[in-house]
Design a protein around this ligand. Structure first.
Ligand code: ATP
Length: 174
């Protein structure tokens, strides 16, 4: 379903990816491990269409996505991908529920429907109590669960988690 072919990406003189290839099948859960700074996040960002590789290809369902125009890539990210970022990346001014509802709002769902979807996801992850709190008031584990809820709320085809084992365990249950 998702394939990387010979991905190369550098930041200045740092060669983060030097020709990475992998294939991920539908329904498969893949964990990429390696030392700090070895390029795991960079690979994830390339696969998720957040950054573009210098060379190589990213293919989703047989369609090359790394060369899509920005607007098309944004649409694909919104509709097909969910991402749990390493540091949560929740919007500090919004409540947990509003953060989780955001991807649905971006996909043009109404406010109430989006908030209902968020409440459902937060409940399934056991953090309904956090719904009205802002990220600064949450514990590390609660933040992680809210970030997972936000990644899952649109029912994406692919979920990427740039996280150690905690988020992976949570996602496995979903
Ligand atoms: N935006 C950037 N600008 C400059 N260098 C970067 C950037 N992003 C990553 N790098 C460098 O690329 C290399 C790979 O970084 P990356 O974040 O992909 O590693 P990682 O394996 O995910 O690390 P960790 O396990 O510590 O999260 C590192 O040397 C890092 O310093």
């Amino acid at each position: 379903m998702l394939e990387a072919r010979g991905l190369v990406k550098s930041f200045g003189r740092t060669r983060a990816l030097t020709g990475v290839s992998l294939e991920i099948a539908e329904g498969e859960i893949v964990a990429i491990t390696g030392p700090s700074g070895s390029g795991k996040s960079t690979l994830l960002y390339c696969l998720a269409g957040i950054i573009r590789p210098e060379s190589g290809e990213v293919v989703l369902d047989g369609r090359r996505i790394d060369t899509l125009a920005e607007a098309e890539l944004t649409k694909l990210r919104r509709e097909s991908f969910g991402v749990v970022f390493q540091f949560g990346e929740l919007v500090p001014e919004l409540t947990a529920a509003e953060n989780v509802a955001l991807p649905m709002r971006f996909n043009r769902h109404g406010r109430q429907e989006s908030m209902n979807g968020a409440a459902d996801r937060l409940a399934r992850l056991g953090v309904s109590d956090c719904a009205d709190q802002r990220p600064g008031e949450l514990s590390g584990g609660q933040l992680q669960r809210v970030a997972v809820a936000r990644a899952l709320v649109t029912g994406p085809r692919v979920v990427f988690a740039d996280e150690p084992t905690g988020a992976l365990d949570t996602l496995g249950g979903e």
